[in-house]
Design a protein around this ligand. Structure first.
Ligand SMILES: O=C(O)CCC(=O)C(=O)O
Ligand SMILES: [Fe+2]
Length: 333
């Protein structure tokens, strides 16, 4: 079945999210790769969300990042505000509770976060890296002095997840009937923004206008999300306008598609609306890492996703211009 036909027949009134086992991701056998790519394709066309297990991210890296985040977010607000994202060039640093708004219908997002882009762990290498290719999105990361080791803990989680993301691009390419290396020359300086997020518990009367993160789609190609075990908060919207829970499943990460992939694929791959509400009574932490193509790449529709009955849905823009516009809207400047 062609991609366009598969998209026309998609079952988007899903009631659950598929779990895909990545144990064979590096298996060179073409039939094994094809079978895995087919599972990914079904998930991307029907749901736009999937869980991955056997993802290879060390548990220690996750628990160290979580411990560092807990310490960081417990600092006084004025200390965190020294790195206010609104003072930074290009959206690096701290965003306070209610300072971002992902859903224009909402009053603001009930979470705080810390945002950074790709950077080598080695401080000397990091200082020498200029990321000149980032164009409109250029700008160095900023890091807090406290807690000591925050930068290292976050980057020690970040780099294995970036490697996982780079291993997923060929799988998405195969799922789109493209050569496995289709994204290689488009992800050489791969944009990979990470956000460390803290959702304070929300108690009291339910105000649907104030939730952890308002209904939105992600901007980039795909997101790899770690969510704190044991706390249900994330929900995704199906075609019947029903919110489906996406609970944390031990040993898995969530992968969801974003709007850059919707643009590449002319909406054959779904960028599914989602939100998070923390009514657990406890603090909740999560870490999304957003993968886009290099910022200078033009988001052109893949020919096999366009037909006479499915004309091009989007005008072509560069990835950097697109992300910057979306970030400006989310942060209101
Ligand atoms: O915290 C979560 O579970 C979701 C976060 C999210 O959707 C985002 O940051 O785009
Ligand atoms: Fe999101």
């Amino acid at each position: 079945m062609s991609l366009v036909e598969a998209a026309e027949k998609a079952d988007t009134a899903f009631s659950g999210i598929p779990i895909i086992d990545l144990k064979d991701i590096a298996n060179p056998d073409p039939s094994v790769k094809r079978a895995l790519a087919n599972q990914v394709r079904d998930a991307c066309i029907n749901v736009g969300f999937l869980y991955v297990k056997n993802h290879g991210i060390p548990e220690q890296a996750i628990s160290d990042a979580l411990a560092a985040m807990k310490e960081y977010f417990s600092l006084p607000l004025e200390t965190k505000m020294e790195l206010d994202i609104n003072k930074s060039s290009n959206f690096k640093g701290y965003n306070a509770v209610l300072s971002s708004n992902n859903d224009p219908e909402s009053a603001g997002d009930m979470h705080e976060g810390f945002e950074f882009n790709r950077e080598p762990i080695d401080p000397v290498e990091a200082a020498n890296e200029k990321r000149l290719h980032d164009g409109v999105m250029a700008g160095a990361n900023v890091w807090p002095r406290d807690p000591p080791g925050f930068r290292e803990a976050m980057l020690r989680y970040y780099h294995p997840v970036v490697n996982l993301g780079l291993a997923l691009f060929p799988l998405f390419a195969l799922a789109l009937d493209l050569p496995a290396d289709f994204f290689d020359d488009k992800t050489r300086h791969c944009a990979a923004l990470m956000r460390a997020l803290h959702y304070p518990p929300q108690t009291g009367p339910v105000d649907d206008r104030v939730i952890g993160i308002g209904a939105h789609t992600d901007f980039e190609c795909f997101t790899i999300l770690w969510q704190e075990p044991g706390i249900q908060a994330l929900q995704i919207l199906n075609a019947d306008k029903k919110w489906i829970d996406a609970p944390p499943i031990p040993g898995t990460l969530v992968v969801n598609l974003g709007d850059q992939f919707a643009r590449w694929t002319n909406d054959v791959f779904r960028s599914t609306v989602h939100r998070a509400i923390n009514r657990s009574g406890m603090r909740r932490y999560s870490i999304p890492l957003f993968f886009g193509t290099d910022y200078d790449v033009r988001l052109e529709p893949i020919p096999s996703c366009v037909s006479e009955d499915r004309p091009v849905h989007y005008e072509v823009v560069t990835a950097g211009e697109y992300v910057k516009e979306r970030l400006k809207k989310a942060y209101g400047h």
